[in-house]
Design a protein around this ligand. Sequence first.
Ligand SMILES: [Zn+2]
Length: 244
Amino acid sequence: MKTRTRLDGSRVIHSLAIDERRDEWRRLIPQLIGEQCYLVFSSELGLHCHGGLAGLTAIGLSALIGQAMPDAYRGPLPAIAVVDDHLRDGSYSPEGSAMVFDAIVLHELSHIVTNSVTPEMCAVPDPESLRDLVQADWREWKSHSGSLRWIGHDSRFIRVLIHLWSRMRSRGHWTSLALAFSHKSYGLASAERYRLALGDEPGDFDFRPIGEITALPMPPKFQKLWTDDVVRSLSSVQVSKGKK
Ligand SMILES: [Zn+2]
């Protein structure tokens, strides 16, 4: 296990072992979002996921954790499940697995923050529909379907993602923004371009609740980049309809 000591004396673990890295993330998440969150692997839940799915968050996950991992269950909480098959089967180097794992957690955590998911919302008694859902391609999910591929990953999501990324970085953890936001899948500009357009906002508001930040108007450059992306995506939908 590689460790290093930060200037404030707290230790940041950079283990490449996925299970240890998960434990470190579990400690980090409350520091980032101010709330507890389950972080589990699909294999622990017995979830058989479609090949394209890397991770997910859903309010029904909490109850599934209660069923499959009763020893770990502490009541309804927001939850993230990382699909771990490819992280463990040698598809990636240990460094690659760690990077992909971090990117998945950051992405799913951004959904939780963007949707303001609370423990109360996660008191869903029947998680069985989730078992069926994950067997389908995520692009066919109701929450992500439609002509506009960025639905579910709009400007609010991107802003939250960059804030969380920045907070991790200021606390000693680096994650690939490009891996956490596969912009080509959504037909949007890259997360790096959005990060540059957001300017100093993440650093200036490093300890402010993210819900307060997203209630503020978007910085003009960020707003313009988003508007340009929306206009382009709308025109591409009209063009493809016109071809039919
Ligand atoms: Zn997503």
